[in-house]
Design a protein around this ligand. Structure first.
Ligand code: C5P
Length: 403
């Protein structure tokens, strides 16, 4: 019987053989496409063909086997005739395989089109620390005058911003503790950008990957908002000057203008008067976030209650001079944070600060209004050893370079 039927297994066998060898003998060599394919489309075509060959070959062989078994009692001539019919049908099936592949390829834009039609910007949102944070008296508008030096640190959240045409602002975040709705500062930043610039929003989605701890005084939320502004500028208005972006940022929060600019910056007023300083000499920061949370409003309130105000002018001058000289110990010697004055003497913050100093930090201090503590190291290996020593007790311990 196999003398008649062997031929119906020939096509499935050839299909399986080609599926196994497809990587060695790509489709484009034996069957050049009738229209030009991008590399991505070619990969897709090859992959689809290989999968369909496996599936079709097995299905055709099983079908042929079942027909062979059912017809084995019929006369030889009839069996021969049916086997030829099956081969013809198999050939038709193989030819028809091309149709779904072609259709999928036509609906699949090539790489260049994808880039052009879905504009994407990825932005890092790095942490900030205040090397100096002197809080002055409360102003009539409820804010406090600050004398501050802010520094960008290379530990960051990551944002992917996509412009599309589905309308609205869609925000997603991998941290469920952070509401991904219109109360989120990223969302507010996008609203601000479109209203300020007058650019029509056909639709934008923002995907936030959170690394920086929240309620830490590391400026995570402000950094995310600044990253949204920078990303939207890249997508919609590359000509927009930095000053305009910083003006929008000031409406979003006191730290956001600095986060737009980054680097080593003198910050005055409520947080909107910026002046770029010489870069901090290369240094390594260790950031430690204990579980306790500090509310910014409450911390300012405690300063007001005790009238623990600082002018910070002396420290600001000393720090600016040390930066001019490229003198890292000099910078650390001028560090000050008024918020440390409202903490109880037995606060965990001071324990962490002392541990960091014992581990070789040139300076260590509360970051912003807390509750993270940062430490400055002049060597990466010492900084990483400190991280190793603290991470067991404080899982939210990070290490990043000055940026
Ligand atoms: O501006 P932002 O929303 O970041 O400020 C949060 C809170 O911090 C304000 O509501 C205010 O109580 C306090 N703040 C202040 N003086 C500043 C900055 C912030 O009193 N210069």
């Amino acid at each position: 019987m196999l003398r008649i039927w062997w031929s119906v297994f020939l096509i499935p066998a050839l299909m399986l053989l080609y599926a196994a060898l497809a990587r060695l003998l790509p489709l484009k060599r034996i069957y050049p496409s009738p229209w030009p394919l991008s590399a991505r489309q070619q990969r897709l075509a090859d992959e689809m063909l290989r999968r369909m060959l496996w599936q079709f070959a097995l299905a055709l062989a099983a079908l042929a086997f079942m027909i062979m078994q059912s017809l084995r009692l019929l006369p030889m001539a009839t069996q021969q005739f049916v086997s030829y019919g099956i081969i013809v049908l198999q050939l038709l099936a193989v030819t028809a395989m091309v149709i779904p592949i072609e259709r999928a390829l036509r609906n699949q834009p090539d790489e260049e089109e994808t880039m052009e039609h879905t504009k994407i910007a990825t932005e890092r949102a790095p942490a900030k620390v205040n090397l100096l944070l002197a809080v002055g008296e409360k102003r009539p508008d409820g804010y406090h005058d600050l004398v501050s030096v802010m520094q960008t640190v290379g530990v960051w959240d990551e944002l992917t911003i996509r412009a599309h045409t589905d309308g609205g602002i869609a925000l997603t975040c991998d941290n469920a503790d952070l509401p991904a709705d219109e109360t989120n500062l990223c969302y507010k930043a996008a609203v601000k950008f479109f209203s300020y610039t007058g650019v029509t929003n056909d639709g934008v989605s923002i995907d936030l990957k959170k690394v920086l701890p929240m309620q830490a005084g590391l400026g995570g939320g402000s950094a995310d908002a600044a990253a949204v502004l920078r990303g939207l500028r890249r997508l919609y208005a590359p000509e927009l000057p930095d000053a305009e972006l910083e003006a929008m940022a000031a409406d979003l929060g006191s730290d956001v203008p600095f986060c737009v600019r980054g680097g080593t910056v003198s910050v005055r007023g409520r947080g909107e008067r910026l002046e770029t300083l010489p870069c901090l000499p290369e240094s390594w920061f260790v950031l430690v976030k204990p579980p306790l949370a500090c509310s910014t409003g409450r911390m300012y309130g405690l300063i007001d209650e005790g009238r623990f105000y600082d002018s910070g002018v002396e420290q600001a001058e000393a720090m600016a001079a040390a930066l001019d000289r490229g003198d890292l110990p000099g910078v650390c010697g001028a560090m000050l944070n008024t918020f440390e004055r409202v903490l109880p003497p037995d606060s965990e913050i001071f324990t962490i600060r002392q541990r960091l100093l014992d581990l070789g930090a040139l300076g260590a201090m509360l970051s912003g209004s807390g509750s993270a503590v940062f430490a400055v190291f002049d060597r990466e290996d010492t900084a990483r050893m400190a991280v190793g020593a603290l991470r067991g007790t404080y899982p939210e311990t990070f290490c990043g370079k000055s940026e």
